[in-house]
Design a protein around this ligand. Sequence first.
Ligand code: NAG
Ligand code: NAG
Ligand code: NAG
Ligand code: NAG
Ligand code: NAG
Ligand code: NAG
Length: 490
Amino acid sequence: MFGLKMPSLVACMNIILYFLSLFLCPSAILFIKASETNAEPYEHDRVVNLPGQPSNPSVSQFSGYITVNKDHGRALFYWFFEAQSESSKKPLLLWLNGGPGCSSVGAGAAVEIGPLTVTKNGEGLHFNTYSWNREANLLFVESPVGVGFSYTNTSSDLNILDDSFVAEDSYNFLVNWLQRFPQFKSREFFISGESYAGHYIPQLAELIFDRNKDRSKYSFINLKGFIVGNPETEDYYDNTGLLEYAWSHAVTSDQQYEKAKQVCDFKQFNWSEECNEAMDVVYNEYSEIDIYNIYGPACLLNSTSSTVNDSRSRRSKSLSEGRNGHRLRMMRIFGGYDPCYAIYVEEYFNRIDVQSSFHADIKGRNTNFTWEPCNDFILNTYNYSVFSVLPIYTKLINGGLKVWVYSGDADGRVPVIGTRYWIEALGLPVKSSWRTWYHDNQVGGRIVEYEGLTFVTIRGAGHLVPLYKPSEALSLIHSFLSGKHLPTHP
Ligand SMILES: *[C@@H]1O[C@H](CO)[C@@H](O)[C@H](O)[C@H]1NC(C)=O
Ligand SMILES: *[C@@H]1O[C@H](CO)[C@@H](O)[C@H](O)[C@H]1NC(C)=O
Ligand SMILES: *[C@@H]1O[C@H](CO)[C@@H](O)[C@H](O)[C@H]1NC(C)=O
Ligand SMILES: *[C@@H]1O[C@H](CO)[C@@H](O)[C@H](O)[C@H]1NC(C)=O
Ligand SMILES: *[C@@H]1O[C@H](CO)[C@@H](O)[C@H](O)[C@H]1NC(C)=O
Ligand SMILES: *[C@@H]1O[C@H](CO)[C@@H](O)[C@H](O)[C@H]1NC(C)=O
């Protein structure tokens, strides 16, 4: 089912050893046979080489499916990279993208922080010298089912997706993934991600935190903390920040700002019609620039999907009323400073040779299957039932988890303003006040340490921070994982 592959060199060696052993000593036969049949299960998932992958340096990578629900036939697809050096000493880091409905393989791995990023027009892969697998063993999963290569055999599952569904499947994914990679079972574990994963991550962390207390029923996961970037967290502050950012960055007019402030009550889960109309005007001010990186260029390539397409948005909006309509329009995480990346990634992951090297060419799949960076259906039908994850922050901070929040300050979608509002609302005592951190002698951004939470801005970065500021982002994750301070002197 996974297109089982063994590195041919290893297979050869085994055959040679086997015949040698016939002459040397009979007990060796037993030994070699035993080790063959006991080959670690994860070796079946090893990716020998991906089409267009540079031959140097070598990358130790695995991919495949993990069943998360047997009854419904749900399986999540993952891509895993061992740390570039001293893998056995480095922590395990999971990365999640948002949407909801966007692929962590297509964005996080292939565009942002993976060691192999997709090149122009999906022709091949490039070695990313700023990959976060310099700091950790790096795991990406396409979640929930319906995203990328992940699937369910019970199609009605796709109509009931919400935050708790995602958390439950992600939890089962981790437990079963650790079953396949037992060498990571007791390893320090951290979760990272951006955007709508600002909802996923605290809720997954809470599930692990709670279940870790009952070792008779659940397997222990050595969760130490999480780090989220430009995270959707609490609708009131996030939307207030979005509107203020559009005004304070000269995107929308004084009049429109005042009007939206007057008619919108962002404390409501659903917006009034007047608010929808006012916010529509604000969103439209972003239509020719990139809301995810307001000073960056926009992608001018045409594409069948993946790009912010006005007529598409308008059509989609009319399909769903109110708040979800706005989400639909605004949650395309791939509108990055070059949304053309999404086009390249889509081309690459739809190649048959890529899917087969990736163990993603499962039998019985609809022959019309298309891998997409984001699944519009999920974005459209997802049950947005959680207004705020702030209570979870309070709980997990008190529970001793390490919590970091970072923000690219050129993102108009989940802007730094709203993030500052909700961090302030947590009411944590300040441990080390607002100051500058440096990168290559330039101001990388600002940093504030609270008791239990560290907040870092990345100057000039948009929504996908590691895409726009790869070197700064590597420095950030190094600091988070190692506990070494970001430089506060040039
Ligand atoms: C989904 O159904 C296919 C075809 O019956 C089967 O091969 C596969 O194992 C099922 N997936 C899961 C996760 O059970
Ligand atoms: C918001 O609107 C949706 C769709 O109209 C509705 O199903 C839901 O109950 C509303 N939620 C609240 C809190 O009013
Ligand atoms: C994109 O499509 C428009 C309208 O179909 C066309 O005028 C334009 O030349 C296309 N641009 C590119 C870069 O292909
Ligand atoms: C935008 O979407 C509409 C409707 O789906 C489609 O007809 C049109 O070709 C798209 N335009 C571009 C530039 O992709
Ligand atoms: C696949 O696509 C073709 C052409 O669009 C269509 O005729 C066919 O019914 C589709 N098959 C399935 C299984 O959806
Ligand atoms: C969405 O989730 C809420 C809270 O779990 C639930 O009460 C509601 O029935 C769900 N709505 C739909 C349409 O499934």
